[in-house]
Every structure is written in structure tokens, then in C-alpha cells.
Design a protein around this ligand. Structure first.
Ligand SMILES: *Cc1c(COP(=O)(O)O)cnc(C)c1O
Length: 229
């Protein structure tokens, strides 16, 4: 199992390298976030032994449990799931990054609840780029206002944008959505300092995301195997 995870990470890193080459980008311009949701702490430790540092979790309780169990390892934890207001304190206290910020109330709470001894929480605004009713994220038209609010909050540092495009889209539609995200990201970079992260691309679409400027890909299945729940 341990070897398996190490080999899969190597394979994913290779895919990232090839996609960056195809897009004429630097190999180190894309970071790998290993999405460990539903997988045990032992799998995270195995991935770390293979050189992986950044991990993503979707469920607060489960994430906090793993973070606590693995405190002895120098890992960076990213919260990438839907955020309920009664869970903001746990997120603010345990995670370094949040990719799924899409409500002003949640932004205010995260800033208030981020402990003063920790660096500001690094945040990405989630964009619902395909305007799906089932999906979290703000509409592009709301980005300006959301970014302004986050920039005004002392314990949040805005780093960029995140999206999860429509799952069953055609390659053309998907490329269109990724390209729209890239435009929003480049626009945001002209307005704020420290905007360096465009989180898009998962196990099945990372090459297309990298072709459109992704700087962080979130990969679960291709590293840890299929999830049963
Ligand atoms: C589960 C999840 C991923 C990983 O998806 P895979 O297809 O398993 O690589 C990435 N991003 C988010 C937000 C997720 O919930």
C-alpha cells in the first residue's frame, strides 16, 4: 500500500510535468495538493514519506482528526469543502489554507476566529464558473465585492481563485470554463498583491487545467485510489 501511494504520486508528478511542458510552463509552476478525504492518516503519512507536503480535506471533523494525529509531521493543510458557519472556528484554528470561500459572513467569521499567534489564513475564492445550481461558489459578477471584503479582513490573506467545473462537460466546454477562470485570475492579479494561486484541475482534468494556467491541482483518486463513500 505504501509503495503504491508513493508510485502513484510519482506518476501524478510526471503527468504534471508533461502538462507543464506541453503548455510551455515551468515544471515547478504547478503545485500538487493531495486530497486525502475519506482516507486514513496512515495514507497521508505514506504520501508524506514520498515527499508530499500539501493535503486537502473536505470534511471539518475528519480533517481536524487527521491534523491532530499527524501533528508531528510538517504538513500544510488545505480546507476544500463546503463551509458551514458553525464549523468556521475549527477551520480557522487548524488549517493553513481555505479554497472554498464563497460567503461574506464566512469570511468575517474565519478572520475573527483565526488565532492571533498564527499567520493569516490563506484563502481562495470559489467561483461557480458553470453557474450550476447544485454547486458552491460565487458568480464572476460578485468577485469584485468579495475580494474587496477579504482584502479588508486582517486575519485573511487573499491568494487567488478555485473552481470545480461541471463534471460531465465536453472537452470544449471544459476548456471554455478553465479559460474563463484564467481571465478572472489574471484580472485579480492586476488588482491585489500576492495573488499567485489558481486552484483547478483534479485527477481527470489536470492537464486541461494546467493548459489554462492552473497553479495548484487537487488530486485525490489518482493518488489514494477510489473512494467508497
Ligand atoms: C474530492 C475533491 C477533489 C479530488 O478529486 P479526484 O477526482 O478524486 O482527484 C478535488 N477537489 C475537491 C474540491 C474535491 O472535493
Amino acid at each position: 500500500m505504501i509503495n503504491n501511494i508513493a508510485e502513484r504520486i510519482k506518476e501524478v508528478r510526471n503527468q504534471i510535468k508533461q502538462a507543464t511542458q506541453a503548455a510551455q510552463r515551468q515544471p515547478h509552476s504547478v503545485q500538487l495538493l493531495a486530497v486525502s478525504k475519506t482516507k486514513p492518516a496512515a495514507d497521508v503519512a505514506a504520501a508524506h514519506a514520498a515527499g508530499q507536503v500539501d493535503f486537502g480535506e473536505n470534511y471539518v471533523q475528519e480533517g481536524v482528526q487527521k491534523i491532530t494525529q499527524l501533528q508531528h509531521l510538517p504538513l500544510t493543510w488545505h480546507f476544500i469543502g463546503p463551509i458551514q458557519s458553525n464549523k468556521t472556528k475549527d477551520i480557522a484554528e487548524h488549517f493553513a489554507w481555505v479554497h472554498s470561500l464563497d460567503r461574506e459572513k464566512i469570511a468575517r467569521r474565519l478572520s475573527q476566529q483565526r488565532p492571533a499567534h498564527l499567520p493569516p489564513l490563506q484563502v481562495l475564492i470559489q467561483i461557480n464558473i458553470d453557474d450550476e445550481s447544485s454547486k458552491a461558489g460565487i458568480a464572476p459578477a460578485q468577485l469584485e465585492q468579495m475580494a474587496q471584503l477579504i482584502a479588508s479582513l486582517p486575519q485573511l490573506q487573499l491568494r487567488g481563485l478555485m473552481t470545480i467545473p461541471q463534471a460531465d462537460a465536453s472537452a470544449d466546454q471544459q476548456a471554455h470554463s478553465f479559460a474563463a477562470m484564467q481571465r478572472l485570475f489574471l484580472q485579480l492579479q492586476t488588482q491585489y498583491d500576492q495573488i499567485d494561486t489558481l486552484s483547478m484541475g483534479m485527477s481527470n482534468d489536470l492537464a486541461a487545467a494546467i493548459a489554462h494556467g492552473a497553479t495548484m491541482v487537487r488530486v485525490g483518486t489518482a493518488i489514494f485510489g477510489a473512494r467508497t463513500n
